[in-house]
Design a binder for this molecule. Structure first.
Ligand SMILES: NC(=O)c1ccc[n+]([C@@H]2O[C@H](COP(=O)([O-])OP(=O)(O)OC[C@H]3O[C@@H](n4cnc5c(N)ncnc54)[C@H](OP(=O)(O)O)[C@@H]3O)[C@@H](O)[C@H]2O)c1
Length: 221
């Protein structure tokens, strides 16, 4: 039995938990507060879910999903995440997160910053350009039937492989948009992001990633 640690129990963290449990994973999930604050969610998720602190979720997971916006001062449990593949759903939203000049200038992507904050983990951008409810709405478990495609970016091939398998279990095709320095191509406002609200097949996602424009930052158009 594989256990997924999920840090962040908001819209996307809780929905990934539902999708993971539906395909047979155990889940240990955390928010920023006491685990007891997640009792309603745990009751809904059932016996294969458990609430925990972020550090406990990190150490319990065979791999870990961070569904929390990136802050410039790291708020994730670095040592508990050490050596693990860490899926980062984070999107950079200046209206919500404030401006990160190093990202605005194009020098770094937010996911390169996450990798710098977690130097002993294998960070992979995943699940970032699909709205949480669409994890079920757009999923199609049958391979080869024009499935919706999601991108993945990492500096670690083994992390791309893990996410590709997870996407497949959840009912999605994968486009590898590695390394993390290329992850801006699926960011908010880019063509791949806009198309993600509807059905976007693999060939369309490949074209949309290629058509992304780096500067000026387009934000959330
Ligand atoms: N919503 C979507 O459909 C969607 C889709 C793809 C990607 N994303 C991206 O994924 C990220 C999360 O989005 P969201 O919509 O799920 O946000 P959200 O609903 O606001 O949830 C954020 C979660 O993160 C938790 N959190 C914040 N700081 C934490 C910390 N230091 N340790 C542990 N948990 C912490 C919050 O806990 P508390 O409740 O205790 O504050 C909350 O459970 C964002 O970057 C977003 O842009 C969102």
């Amino acid at each position: 039995m594989t256990t997924i640690g999920i840090i962040g129990a908001g819209e996307v963290g809780s929905q990934i938990a539902r999708a993971a449990i539906a395909v047979g994973y155990d889940v240990v999930i955390a928010n920023s507060r006491e685990p007891e604050t997640l009792s309603g969610l745990i009751a809904e998720l059932g016996p294969t879910a458990r609430a925990a602190t972020a550090a406990d979720a990190a150490s319990s997971g065979d791999f870990v999903i961070i569904a929390v916006p990136l802050k410039l001062i790291n708020d994730m449990p670095v040592s508990a995440l050490s050596g693990k593949i860490v899926l980062d759903t984070n999107n950079y939203m200046p209206w919500r997160d404030g401006n990160f000049p190093i990202v605005d200038s194009g020098a770094k992507t937010v996911h390169e910053l996450r990798q710098e904050q977690l130097p002993t983990s294998k960070v992979v951008k995943a699940f970032s350009h699909i709205q949480a409810p669409n994890l079920f709405v757009l999923a199609n478990p049958v391979v080869g039937r024009a499935r919706h495609a999601l991108s993945v970016s990492s500096n670690y091939p083994e992390a791309v492989e893990l996410v590709t398998g997870l996407y497949d279990q959840f009912g999605f095709d994968t486009v590898d948009n590695s390394p993390l320095s290329e992850s801006w191509r699926s960011a908010a406002g880019q063509p791949a992001w806009k198309a993600s609200f509807q059905h976007q097949q693999r060939s369309e996602l490949v074209a949309n990633l290629a058509n992304a424009e780096r500067l000026p930052r387009r934000g959330l158009e």
